[in-house]
Write a protein that binds this ligand. Structure first.
Ligand code: UFG
Length: 386
């Protein structure tokens, strides 16, 4: 049987930096479901060990085990396995530990670790350059030491800046407008240089549009710390009664209803896109691949709000306020290359996004903190059949 996620390509042990965050945890789940062995390294600055514990539960992995060195780990690998290591992507020592605690044999890295808040990046640019750029330099050095040359990088549509092009192809000019965007552009440039510096590199630059929603189980989802910057988690918190009302940033954009239009994609579609990209890199000769991951459909703020209300039988308070500085009217992907190269397209609708996002928020009004005190493990592991 052809594996639907990998297209039948080889199943391997992979390292996910930042794998305890929103996109990383959903991708961990998708990769485990397709039979991969997953090693996650995360510093828990914006991720949660509880997310990975639930991923283990959802994928039917056995109980967490603690080994003799006071680390949690899987005993003997049978089928899929999940290992969680606390570590900072800027630390050579932590990275070496992640490559070694996975008992070696890591054949690919999916690099999610990074900072992603636009406003914060303007206030603290050095931190963004340090974590996002230096962190990637350290990771590439570690990959060199451990003989790994396959990398899937979390890039962003933020690289396209405030372009008027609709939809946006990968060939559109890159014109980031904030430090967060500059760091993503710098890493893309660095990876391009690395790919041409030596034979054998297999690198995918995945430019995400607006990933939202949650796993349909309602067990894992987005858990922003503090006030959410992004529309969808904010909307969910309004629905849960944690926020008074939604502020719609601008009602005078040159769009159908005057509110900003974005390309929202379900996080499970995005997670599956990573599985496809990994399979493609492994199956084809070494290459540098740049792909937009989006639905190709634009929806306005008010359309998203209305869909959320009708799907979930709710009415949500909102007010139209000033535009947010740095925003653009429309940002929609041309995702045709992702379909052509790896047979990937989004399968889930805006209503699916709203249903699943609300199921997560309703069951976890305080995010993973709703589950009580967090485990703070150095290393956690679980495996199938234990
Ligand atoms: N918006 C509101 N109210 C809010 C938050 C957002 O009206 O409280 C509006 C924005 O003005 C925009 C739309 O909702 O029109 C989406 O805004 P988000 O903040 O959710 O997403 P952005 O498109 O601004 O940015 C997101 C990520 C970036 C990423 C970019 C890629 O935050 O990191 O998508 O296009 F780079």
């Amino acid at each position: 049987m052809i594996d639907s996620l990998t297209g039948g390509h080889s199943l391997t042990k992979v390292l996910l930096t930042g794998g305890a965050g929103f996109i990383g945890s959903h991708t961990s789940l998708a990769l485990l479901e397709s039979g991969h062995q997953v090693v996650v390294m995360d510093d828990f600055s914006n991720g949660s060990a509880e997310a990975l514990r639930r991923v283990a539960e959802l994928t039917g992995l056995g109980p967490w085990r603690q080994d003799a060195t006071d680390h949690w780990s899987a005993s003997a690998p049978v089928g899929g396995s999940l290992t969680l290591i606390r570590g900072d992507v800027r630390s050579q020592q932590d990275l070496d530990r992640a490559f070694q605690d996975g008992n070696g044999g890591i054949s690919a890295v999916l690099h999610f670790a990074g900072l992603k808040a636009v406003g914060e990046s303007m206030a603290e640019p050095l931190r963004y350059w340090d974590v996002n750029v230096t962190g990637t330099v350290r990771l590439l050095e570690a990959m060199g030491r451990h003989g790994c040359q396959t990398l899937v990088f979390s890039s962003s549509a933020t690289l396209y800046g405030t372009t008027d092009t609709v939809p946006i192809p990968e060939t559109a000019p890159l014109q980031p407008i904030n430090p967060y965007g500059y760091t993503k552009a710098a890493v893309e440039r660095m990876l391009t240089d690395v790919a041409s510096s030596a034979p054998g590199w297999r690198i995918a630059l995945l430019r995400y549009f607006n990933p939202v929603g949650a796993h349909p189980s309602g067990r894992i989802g987005e858990d922003p710390s503090g006030r959410p910057n992004n529309l969808f988690p904010f909307l969910c918190q309004v629905a849960a009664g944690c926020r008074q009302q939604l502020e719609v940033f601008g009602g005078d954009w040159p769009t159908g209803d005057g509110t900003g239009v974005r390309d929202y994609l379900h996080v499970m579609d995005l997670a599956e896109g990573h599985g496809r990209a990994l399979g493609l890199l492994q199956a084809e000769p070494p290459q540098l691949l740049t792909l937009n991951l989006g639905s190709g459909q634009g929806h306005s703020v008010l359309e998203l709000l209305r869909t959320f209300e009708t799907t979930n039988g709710l009415t949500l308070p909102y007010a139209v306020v000033e535009r947010r500085p740095g925003d653009s009217a429309v940002s929609v992907a041309d995702p045709s290359q992702a379909e052509r190269r790896m047979g990937w397209r989004t399968r889930r609708s805006l209503a699916d996004i709203c249903r699943d996002g609300w199921a997560w928020q309703r069951a976890n009004p305080q995010g993973y903190r709703s589950a009580g005190p967090q485990p703070a493990p150095e290393l956690i592991g679980a495996q199938h059949g234990s």
